[in-house]
Ligand binder design. Structure first.
Ligand SMILES: Nc1ccn([C@@H]2O[C@H](COP(=O)(O)OP(=O)(O)OP(=O)(O)O)[C@@H](O)[C@H]2O)c(=O)n1
Ligand SMILES: C[C@](O)(CO)[C@H](O)COP(=O)(O)O
Length: 391
């Protein structure tokens, strides 16, 4: 089995963007640009780990930007992108075992699609290097002193993007050999080292935020990713129950709630996240939580149920879809849900990677009737709406 690590370079200072903070820490739809970028790789099934490279002086901005994401200590970057990449590769080279493949990506490209990541990685089975790129479609002019001095033949020209994927040992060697060469992308480093670099057609939405207009365009594209009709809108529902046993807290919708009992279960028994995971899987017609994470499998013992939900969210993304809304109802006499509702909504929004105003947590009792009324356990119902690309 081969391993693949994503190396996200975020150590630039964003001089062309300007503003109060570097562009990778600017807000995009309620989250930092870097959060979106890292999230795209963290939830990708082909990516085993994500390593970020930052400027040490940006540490506070970084910590705030990646809050809630599980990442290793960042690497300190260098004065140029090329140097930042090399320093990141050196950190990966110190891992045991070293990765087989590395996907190098700009923090400033937050809209990278799962399909592009997959296509670049797939190509590495045949070639040592592969980059996302889009063919040039405009006529190209050379300008001198504000006047056109020539028209450039565009046939065969591509705009290089990231991710740029490589067999790890080969790009590490190339970056070491060419340190200080002032090359603007890793493909150029690979080319100079004599590696064959394959072009993988990406998409124009994978834009690099360089100036303020790019950020505005990225925000528009993100909003537009909730597709307008015709589209494949699906609603899924989920239901789950866990029984109380001796303990001092329960975990509900990702939040630890003090209680005089705990919920029994193979994982952390988060009945709310289980119902929601099933709702999303239901909308995808992709089985249920038990078929993806069998209770008989010891690796899920005591697992954080966030992992199950992230898996379902990743499946929606891999199909090019988005989650439009989620609604969970917790059914119990106690504990009281009201005081924790806001934290639950915030946590679920984070896991679903959607705005909190698309997430709802409700609670009801059953008027002391039935098993929830007798305080024997908690039940949860969930409904999720997802939008997949139209067929
Ligand atoms: N010393 C550097 C320079 C750039 N980058 C990263 O490389 C990517 C692409 O670089 P670019 O868009 O040029 O970013 P900046 O260098 O930040 O922008 P500018 O050139 O406007 O200052 C960005 O994610 C940036 O954070 C980096 O890690 N280390
Ligand atoms: C690597 C890159 O994203 C390919 O388009 C780009 O070259 C990096 O940005 P820069 O402005 O050239 O540093």
């Amino acid at each position: 089995m081969t391993s693949c690590v994503a190396l996200i370079v975020a150590a630039g200072s964003g001089e062309r963007f300007g503003g109060d903070r570097p562009k990778q820490y600017q807000d995009l739809g309620g989250r930092a640009v870097l959060h979106h970028t890292v999230g795209a790789f963290l939830r990708h099934a082909y990516v085993d780990a994500v390593q970020v490279v930052i400027q040490p002086g940006h540490r506070e901005l970084y910590d705030a930007a990646i809050a809630g994401l599980d990442l290793p200590e960042p690497v300190a970057g260098g004065a140029t992108r090329q140097e930042s990449v090399r320093l990141g590769l050196e950190r990966l080279a110190a891992r045991d075992p070293v990765p087989d493949f590395v996907l190098i990506h700009d923090a400033a490209r937050p809209l990278v699609s799962g399909a592009t990541v997959q296509a670049v990685r797939d190509r590495l089975d045949e070639v040592p290097a592969a980059i996302a790129a889009v063919p040039v479609t405009d006529t190209l002019k050379r300008g001198t002193g504000g006047l056109v001095s020539g028209t450039v033949e565009r046939a065969g020209l591509w705009r290089a993007q990231t991710p740029q994927g490589f067999r790890f040992g080969e790009i590490l060697r190339a970056h070491r050999e060419l340190a200080g060469a002032e090359l603007t992308d890793d493909a150029a480093v690979a080319e100079r080292a004599g590696l064959d670099v394959a072009l993988v057609e990406g998409n124009v939405e994978n834009l690099k935020v360089t100036n303020r207009d790019d950020l505005a365009q990225a925000a528009m594209l993100m909003n537009a990713s909730i597709p307008s009709p015709p589209q494949d809108v699906r609603i899924g529902m989920g239901y789950d129950v866990h029984r109380f046993s001796a303990g001092d807290h329960v975990v509900l919708c990702g939040i630890k709630v003090p209680h005089e009992a705990r919920l029994e279960g193979h994982s952390d028994a988060d009945v709310g996240l289980h119902a929601l995971t099933d709702a999303i899987l239901g909308a995808l017609a992709a089985g249920d939580i038990g078929s993806h994470f069998p209770p008989s499998d010891p690796q899920w013992r005591g697992a954080d149920s966030a992992l199950f939900l992230r898996h379902a969210v990743g499946m929606v993304r891999e199909r090019g879809g988005v989650i439009a809304h989620a609604d969970v109802t917790l059914i119990c006499e106690r504990p009281k849900i009201g005081p924790h509702r806001e934290a639950m909504v915030a946590r679920m929004a984070e896991l679903l990677e959607i705005a909190p105003d698309r997430v709802s947590v409700k609670a009801t009792t059953t008027e002391r009737l039935g098993f929830t009324g007798r305080g024997e356990g908690i039940a949860a119902q969930a409904v999720a709406t997802i939008c997949l690309p139209g067929t």
